[in-house]
Design a protein around this ligand. Structure first.
Ligand SMILES: C[S@@+](CC[C@H](N)C(=O)[O-])C[C@H]1O[C@@H](n2cnc3c(N)ncnc32)[C@H](O)[C@@H]1O
Length: 246
């Protein structure tokens, strides 16, 4: 059965753009995230809709997407599961890099729609599904990806719990993250860093140093610093200008 079509505002209020870090991938992003958020709440008759994280590509996901595209041997012929997919940028990169299958999960139903729309835009197959990382299961040997998911204590805890369970089942876990406050550095084996251009109004800086790393174990994130980056109020659209440096 075909999945339900996306709500019209999801396409009407976004534009297809590329980011210099992954010029191979086009994503529908919001020109004005706050306006999109308000209109989405109105269209869906919901006052407390989650922020439209799916209408931006976050530095963690962009760096991870770049890494997969640059290291196809990691991906070719494998099953890939992208959790917290948002726009689907990492899932799309995995598909472009030659994954045998790509499944993307997000707790936000609109992100599931966005990942489907963006996968179609890039001509790749991504099975996008509603799902919490803690409920996701995958066969041993699956490559599990998670971009920019350590931005709040609760979400980082959920992510680490879910990802640790997947690792215990024999999955390989890769994360991309701009050193958010709850990044569990003690459980990471860094692979590569990228300097990713971002929207100053969201991140307070024009460029975020972003790490792609293998998650080696789970555990308590233990961080106490104030969260930055994505929060309840994304604070506007991310600027697509700027260039990647490594
Ligand atoms: C900052 S966005 C990152 C999106 C994308 N990975 C990227 O890098 O562009 C974080 C995403 O995590 C999703 N999320 C939060 N908690 C989750 C959970 N427990 N399980 C699955 N997804 C979750 C949110 O809905 C949101 O789409």
């Amino acid at each position: 059965m075909d999945p339900a079509p996306p709500p019209p505002f999801l396409v009407a209020l976004t534009h297809a753009r590329t980011h210099p870090v992954v010029p191979e991938i086009r994503l529908r992003v919001a020109a004005d995230t706050m306006a999109l958020w308000e209109q989405a709440e109105e269209a869906m008759a919901q006052r407390e809709l989650a922020p439209p994280f799916w209408a931006s590509a976050w530095p963690g996901g962009l760096a991870l997407a770049r890494y997969l595209l640059d290291h196809p041997t990691l991906v070719v012929g494998r099953a890939v599961v992208d959790v917290a997919t948002g726009s689907g940028v990492v899932a799309i990169a995995a598909a472009l890099a030659g994954a045998a299958s790509v499944t993307a999960y997000d707790t936000d139903e609109l992100a599931v729609h966005a990942a489907r729309v963006n996968a179609r835009l890039n001509g790749v197959d991504v099975a996008a599904r509603h799902g919490d990382v803690r409920d996701v299961s995958a066969a041993p040997g699956t490559l599990v990806t998670a971009g920019d998911v350590f931005y709040s204590r609760d979400i980082a805890t959920a992510m680490l719990d879910g990802l640790a369970m997947l690792a215990a089942c024999g999955c390989e876990i890769l994360v991309g993250d701009p050193y958010r406050s709850f990044l569990p550095c003690e459980h990471l084996e860094p692979l590569e860093t990228f300097d990713v251009s971002v929207d100053v109004s969201v991140e307070s800086v024009p460029v975020k140093r972003t790490v792609v790393a293998r998650l080696t174990a789970g555990g308590d994130t233990g961080a106490t610093r104030a969260p930055r980056g994505p929060d309840r109020n994304p604070g506007g659209a991310r600027r697509r200008a700027g260039s990647r440096t490594r």
